[in-house]
Design a protein around this ligand. Structure first.
Ligand SMILES: [Zn+2]
Length: 414
């Protein structure tokens, strides 16, 4: 049955159907190039075709649907999100954006409405990076920034990505053909659950994303002197764990000094790790994220100098090793404004907020301006089977997203 407005029931049902394509019997896990992904792709491609799109897999295994504009071959507004999941995932992270994009196109198609641009929906094959420990593989392929050395990565059973692609029916030598040209993509817009508690706390169903926060991950090691817990007097100790405790509190203080800066020490290990031994060595992690690179870099510099001061004062050595870094991906102001107008058009107060989690837009920004619409999720829970949204919020989000699509004006024409 074709309907001219998005159906929240169908969105929820389709997320449920995708959740049944799972590698684990008692929950949801779906990784890159798995047979479960093949099953999910088949569903998505059939829904795309049903919505009046031409649909197929690209050379990286992304599901791509295209709804032509007023005449064939026009540049597109690209809508997308990912179809892979983390282990023991929820049903909406990624999938909601793909399914809602298709639902919006189905509404246009049911009315026979053609826009002055094409609309494409992409279900990215890998964003989470679970199987090969490299994230955003699908969107990097579309953006033309896929690193071919990824093909040599192996999964947990020693299979290379190259072999897995061949078994899936893809030719690894052709992955470059998945790349799209900047002039063919007017903008990239993604609808995604918030994965945080801000919208819920403010009683809002949707919000407009300002930036996908950049981040740094560091591995820190401090070394002092191990010793007998009973015989070494306090003033003669060089306790690495006590120093690390100071560092953890410093991170909390530094991150708390800026409104949208977050810093976390999520892992700590004291060595040798015995009840009667003064810890001589400690290793801990630092994850720091912010919506602007300037704020993040300033906070990181502050953390480094504070750690150095603590180590120095306590007579410890300090080693800091960068593990990962991503720059902030700013959502284009003009797309924020058009998404914002669609939100307000539904009578909803406009809330702009940064994304603390990574998204496909971080790769897509290489070829197009990006924008994101966040949807409230229950208790801000994500990457967890308890992930949940309401039927009502799915309806509001789809309505707002469709309004954004219908009124979309490319930047160059404005
Ligand atoms: Zn996601």
């Amino acid at each position: 049955m074709s309907v001219s407005h998005p159906s929240a029931s169908r969105i929820i049902e389709r997320c449920d159907a995708l959740a049944r394509c799972s590698e684990q019997a008692d929950g949801l896990t779906r990784t890159y190039l798995s047979s479960e992904q093949r099953a999910a792709n088949a569903l998505v491609l059939s829904w795309m075709a049903e919505a009046g799109m031409t649909a197929g897999l690209d050379a990286a295994g992304n599901a791509v649907g295209r709804y032509e504009g007023e005449r064939p071959g026009l540049p597109c507004l690209m809508l997308g999100s990912h179809l892979d999941t983390v282990r023991d995932a929820g049903k909406y992270d990624g999938m909601l954006g793909v399914v809602t994009g298709i639902e919006c196109v189905a509404a246009l198609s049911a009315r026979g409405e053609r826009l002055p641009f094409a609309v494409e929906v992409v279900g990215f094959a890998d964003e989470e990076g679970v199987r090969f420990n490299a994230t955003l593989l699908g969107s990097h392929a579309v953006a033309g920034t896929f690193d071919p050395s990824n093909l040599d990565r192996v999964d947990a059973v020693g299979k290379t990505m190259r072999e897995a692609m061949r078994e899936f029916g893809l030719d690894p030598a052709r992955i470059g053909t998945a790349a799209r040209r900047r002039e063919d993509v007017l903008a990239y817009a993604e609808l995604h659950i918030e994965q945080g508690p801000v919208l819920e706390a403010e009683g809002l169903p949707v919000g407009v994303v300002t930036a996908i926060n950049g981040g740094n991950r560091l591995a820190i090691e401090m070394a002092g002197m191990a010793g007998h817990a009973g015989t070494v007097p306090m003033r003669l100790r060089r306790d690495a764990l006590a120093a690390a405790a100071e560092c953890v509190l410093a991170v909390e203080r530094i991150a708390g000094s800026e409104p949208e800066l977050v810093g976390t020490v999520g892992k700590i290990e004291a060595l040798p790790g015995a009840i009667n031994v003064i810890p001589g060595r400690v290793r801990f992690s630092l994850d720091m994220r912010a919506p602007t690179d300037a704020a993040r870099e300033a906070a990181l510099a502050k953390a480094r100098s504070t750690f150095a001061e603590i180590a120095d004062r306590r007579g410890l050595t300090l080693g800091i090793r960068p593990v990962w870094e991503a720059r902030t991906a700013l959502c284009a102001r003009w797309l924020q404004d058009q998404l914002g107008a669609a939100v307000e058009g539904d009578g909803i107060a406009l809330r702009r907020l940064p994304s603390g989690a990574g998204h496909d837009g971080m790769a897509m920004i290489a070829i197009a301006d990006i924008g994101m619409l966040f949807v409230r999720c229950k208790d801000g829970i994500s990457h967890n089977p308890a992930e949940s949204i309401t039927h009502e919020d799915a309806a509001v989000a789809a309505r707002v997203f469709l309004r954004f699509i219908e009124r979309f004006e490319p930047k160059r024409a404005r």
